[in-house]
Each structure stands twice: as structure tokens, then as C-alpha cells.
Design a protein around this ligand. Structure first.
Ligand code: NAD
Length: 329
């Protein structure tokens, strides 16, 4: 339906925001989504479109202007000195090409990317003091997260001590492997409990527990992909990943340093094919400008870094289109 007037746009924007906030609350706070991701994504894209067409309708509290994720557990709150941001996303190769053109224009030169799998879990920050893990936290709303240090002690692949006395912070994804997810839901069936909708929600629900003994019983894993404050001799994302692996972090080995869109598209095709056979869930591919100095130069908006983008896989089954949902509520 074509929007012709500001009034019509305003009314649709309000409906979309209300609906998206409700869905985001179910997804982030209750770890129990009400709709599939692509339904959420379509509504979100529609809101972005309308806000672009009518910039006067943009408000700071719009979901497009803030990192989604509320904090309502009784876990202690942690302020992130460096915000934990969300990520821009695209749904077609043509849009990915536009992203590359934008990067090249801003950089004034051809750009090399570290191309990684987009792991379907939740962001986790790990802080070390003199080589000892002192704090683990979730992204929360990007500025304030939840303290999950006690819970992370039960994630086997998170080093409690580093081989060097570093005071540093790394970030990555906490996820639940597909086997662990199926096992957990089988156990919940036996106990008459409701199933987790997907491994992402199972991971979030298992990590954000007041009682760490619950986390202990769940099988969680991590892939670490960001070194927040790397040593000076680390100048690129791919070097950072290799160095973090050497420190004992669990990193994902499929990442590749790629320079052309043809290579990137081939990587996307390869993992679109392989995604179902991976032992963990992925919902897309992430392109990151490999050069860390260039990343810093490009910076971030209030919500997303400018130097990275997610290409989201198309949904495996076509869902009800969002307009039906939004306009019939
Ligand atoms: P996002 O999850 O789409 O992307 C950002 C996140 O990707 C980062 O915070 C990080 O945790 C993660 N990530 C995974 N692999 C990574 C890698 N290799 N490098 C860097 N980061 C990596 O963004 P978001 O803001 O957390 O959530 C928005 C998305 O969540 C929506 O697009 C939608 O799909 C989903 N969502 C769904 C519902 C629903 O009701 N189904 C509601 C809200 C949000």
C-alpha cells in the first residue's frame, strides 16, 4: 500500500513501533519470541523506510535509534564503557554491493573484509584483569548489560585465566549447539515444561539465570570475535581473531579475508548450502572492514558500527507478510 500523506505515515509508524516493541520485549526480555525473525525484520525494514521518507517522524526512542534488548532480570547491572552495539543488516547481494561501494568511497581505496559467520546467539563481554576473568556481561541495551560472571564460570570454553597477565576485554557470541538444544527441549518435554523456540533463545534463557547452577546444567559455548583493546601490533580483525585463539579463546575458524564481492558472494553461497549441517545456528554472514585503523576512522551511528554489515539468509519457509499482521491488529 503506497503511503501518500504524513498523517498516514505517522499512524503506520506508531503501529509498527508498538508492535516491534512488543515483539522485542518477548524476544530479548522473556527469551520467548512471538514471531519468526523474518517477520520482525520485515516490520523493522518498513519502519526504516517510513522514517527515511519522513525524517520528521524519527524519535530517539524509536527501535531504529537504539540497541534492542531490555533489562528486567534481577541480575546486577554492568555499564559498558564502550557500548555494545547492534549491527546493520541487508537482505540481498545487491545491498551488500552498495555497502561495499559506500565503504570504498569513505575509505578512498578498495577495502578488504574479514568475512565471518553470523552466529545465532547473544553477545557476551569478557573482562580480564592481570589475566584473570573478573567480569562477564550481556549486551543488554548496549550501554547497560547484565552481570553473568557466575554463570560464565560454567561455560567450558571460556578461559578463567589467560596465559599472559593481560588486562583486557574481548567480546563474542554465547550460543547453544544444535545437539544441546534438542537435548534440552527433550528434557523439558519430559518435565512438562515449555520448549525453547530456538537455540538463540535457549542460550539467552540459560545464561541470564539468577541461579548459576541452572546455567551449569545447560551446555553453552562461545565464539569470540572482537578484541576491544588489542595490543598495538594487532592491526586487523583477522590478526585479532588469530591472536585471541592463541590466548585460549574459542574462535570460529571459518572466517576469511576477502577482497572482492565475487569471493564474498561465493562464501555466502557456500554457507547458505552448509548452514543446516553446521553443529550451531547461523543466521547470516558478517562483513567487517579488516583494517582496525579504518574501522576506527569509519566509527559508528548511535546503533551500529559503520564498518560492518550482516547479510541475513532468506527465511527457509515463507512467512505471512508483515503488513497483514500489522494492519490487522
Ligand atoms: P542482530 O542479532 O541481528 O546482529 C547483531 C549481533 O550479531 C551482535 O550483537 C552480535 O551478538 C551478533 N553476532 C553474531 N555473529 C557475529 C560476528 N561474527 N561478528 C559480530 N557480531 C556477531 O542484531 P540485534 O540488534 O541483536 O537483533 C536484531 C535481530 O534480532 C533482528 O534482525 C531479528 O532478526 C531478531 N529479533 C527477532 C525478534 C522476534 O520477535 N523474532 C525480536 C527482536 C529481534
Amino acid at each position: 500500500m503506497a503511503i501518500v500523506t504524513l498523517e498516514q505515515a505517522q499512524s503506520e509508524v506508531e503501529k509498527l513501533r508498538k508492535q516491534l516493541d512488543e515483539w522485542a520485549d518477548a524476544y530479548y526480555t522473556k527469551d520467548s519470541p512471538e514471531v519468526e525473525d523474518n517477520v520482525y525484520d520485515q516490520a523493522y525494514q518498513r519502519l526504516v523506510e517510513l522514517e527515511k521518507q519522513f525524517p520528521q517522524l524519527v524519535t530517539p526512542d524509536s527501535i531504529t535509534q537504539r540497541v534492542g534488548g531490555d533489562l528486567n532480570t534481577e541480575l546486577t547491572k554492568v555499564t559498558h564503557e564502550i557500548p555494545m552495539l547492534s549491527m546493520g543488516d541487508v537482505f540481498s547481494k545487491a545491498e551488500l554491493r552498495e555497502f561495499d561501494e559506500r565503504m570504498q568511497k569513505l575509505a578512498g581505496q578498495p577495502v578488504v573484509y574479514n568475512v565471518e559467520l553470523k552466529i545465532d546467539g547473544l553477545s557476551l563481554s569478557l573482562e580480564y584483569r592481570e589475566g584473570k576473568l573478573v567480569r562477564a556481561s550481556t549486551r543488554g541495551n548496549g550501554t547497560v548489560g547484565e552481570d553473568v560472571t557466575a554463570n560464565v564460570k560454567y561455560i567450558k570454553d571460556v578461559p578463567q585465566t589467560l596465559p599472559q597477565p593481560l588486562t583486557t576485554e574481548v567480546r563474542g557470541e554465547c550460543y547453544m549447539g544444535k545437539d544441546a538444544f534438542l537435548k534440552l527441549n527433550r528434557e523439558r518435554d519430559e518435565q512438562g515444561l515449555s520448549n525453547f523456540a530456538n537455540p538463540r533463545n535457549a542460550a539467552a534463557g540459560s545464561l541470564r539465570q539468577l541461579d548459576p547452577k541452572v546455567t551449569k546444567k545447560r551446555s553453552l559455548s562461545t565464539f569470540i570475535y572482537t578484541w576491544v583493546n588489542p595490543p598495538e601490533d594487532i592491526t586487523s580483525q583477522h590478526q585479532a581473531i588469530a591472536a585471541m585463539a592463541k590466548l585460549g579463546f574459542h574462535t570460529n575458524e571459518t572466517g576469511r579475508r576477502l577482497a572482492t564481492m565475487e569471493e564474498i558472494f561465493a562464501f555466502i553461497d557456500e554457507y547458505t548450502e552448509k548452514r543446516n549441517s553446521l553443529p550451531y545456528g547461523i543466521d547470516g554472514i558478517v562483513l567487517k572492514v579488516d583494517d582496525l585503523a579504518l574501522q576506527n576512522q569509519l566509527g559508528a551511528t548511535v546503533k551500529v558500527p559503520r564498518w560492518e554489515i550482516a547479510y541475513k539468509f532468506p527465511p527457509e519457509e515463507q512467512e505471512t507478510i508483515v503488513r497483514d499482521i500489522v494492519w490487522t491488529v
